[in-house]
Design a binder for this molecule. Structure first.
Ligand SMILES: [Mg+2]
Ligand SMILES: [Zn+2]
Length: 406
């Protein structure tokens, strides 16, 4: 499997919807928490192992080059392919051709999506298409996906019915796509459309929300999302409280008892400034062994008790489904993680999930975050290398040295 180590980023847009700031500043240089948006993007790619960049600049491109230079400051190599502001994206890419490797990443410079390059590269290797990108479900999108992930329809006008997905950039491309790119002043979306007609595009569905600076409201939200936060994700049964015997569920507050060492750990982490989000499977609801109302009331009492100890619980996310329902929210599926990040605007790849079941580690991997396992290492032997936690500990207090570094 080839993992690309080069990214080409389209940086030439006018950013009209961000005026007046883009009257004097090119869109990729719009500040987000004190640094240009493009810097966040370059750092994210670098964290994924990409160290070579080609910035395809246009409108006010000198400002981009003046700021980033050869990339030394960020520990990466940057080359530039400059063209006039009126050039469309297809022509910009055509101009950069000689600087690009056989397989490279291609991005727009206005979206930020949590992603794992290894997962995307594996998808690219499996699909054997010239272009693969991350897509997200959206009712009035521009993409229709076939069962096999191959893009069946690409509609840049967004007027076609039954599309269901939108494309977010974050592409892996083979240099063979240049067979479809000419020197004409046309948009890269025309190239995608042509590649789709040749069945040469596949879309990997990403469940995490994407963020963008395309208009002032989204820009503000992106700024919040990219602000570093001290949030930890944590399981309930077996971590916060003693589990019910196998096949049974905690169905009253009397049966609920805290695991003291873990609560001590949560207290220490709270003193270091962390807040918690609880993510819990409660199949007892779907199996009609405990009511949703009872679970809610127990969780409310738990939250109050924890808060009295100075432990801040931001939210409690529960999957009420039976495992036979095959829902997207029951761990090891990542649905509740995506819901939590949408509401609390934190980066999943910058946080850790603490759990006591190997499925918790799998769920964390599927969501794109790391994990800490509370329990014995020997229980993790069925997990793949990628799914392994950052560490296995007898209790949360023992895990503090790892967690406090986050
Ligand atoms: Mg558990
Ligand atoms: Zn569920």
């Amino acid at each position: 499997m080839i993992i690309p180590d080069q990214a080409a980023i389209l940086c030439g847009g006018l950013g009209s919807r961000l005026r007046p700031i883009t009257d004097k500043t090119p869109k990729p240089m719009v500040p987000v928490n004190g640094v240009p948006f493009l810097e966040h993007l370059i750092c994210q790619l670098k964290e994924n192992g990409i160290f070579k960049f080609v910035l395809m600049t246009g409108y006010l491109g000198d400002q981009i080059q003046d700021y980033f230079g050869n990339g030394n400051k960020l520990g990466v190599q940057i080359q530039y392919s400059q063209g006039p502001a009126e050039w469309e994206t297809g022509r910009r890419l055509h101009r950069a051709k000689d600087l690009l490797q056989d397989i490279f990443m291609l991005l727009y410079s206005d979206n930020f999506v949590q992603f794992d390059l290894k997962k995307l590269a594996k998808f690219y290797a499996d699909k054997k298409k010239l272009l693969c990108f991350i897509v997200q479900e959206k009712s009035n999108g521009n993409i229709r996906l076939g069962e096999d992930g191959v893009v069946e329809l690409y509609d840049k006008t967004r007027s076609a019915k039954n599309t269901g997905f939108v494309e977010l950039g974050y592409m892996i491309a083979s240099k063979e796509i240049f067979k479809f790119i000419t020197d004409n002043n046309s948009s890269f979306s025309d190239v995608i459309a042509q590649l789709v007609l040749e069945h040469q595009v596949a879309g990997m569905v990403g469940g995490d929300a994407y963020h963008s600076i395309s208009d002032p409201d989204r820009w503000k939200l992106t700024e919040k999302y990219l602000t570093p936060k001290k949030i930890l994700l944590i399981d309930r049964d077996g971590v916060i409280n003693h589990k019910a015997p196998k096949g049974e569920y905690i169905d009253s507050w009397d049966q609920f008892s805290f695991i003291r060492e873990n609560i001590q750990g949560m207290k220490s982490l709270s003193n270091s400034g962390f807040s918690f989000i609880i993510i819990s499977n409660q199949a007892g609801i779907g199996r009609k062994m405990v009511s949703e109302e009872t679970v809610r009331s127990i969780n409310e009492k738990m939250k109050n008790a924890l808060e009295q100890e100075g432990i801040k619980i931001l939210g409690i996310y529960v999957c009420p489904h039976h495992w036979e329902d095959n829902c997207f929210c029951r761990k090891p599926n990542p649905g509740l993680f995506f819901k939590a990040t949408k509401e609390w605007l934190f980066r999943l790849d910058k946080t850790i999930f603490i759990g006591d079941d190997p499925r918790d580690c799998q769920a964390a991997y599927n969501a794109g975050c790391g994990s800490i396992y509370i329990g014995d290492k020997s229980e993790l032997k069925d997990l793949s290398i990628d799914e392994q936690p950052c560490g296995a500990f007898n209790n949360l207090e023992a895990a503090l040295p790892v967690l406090e570094k986050i």
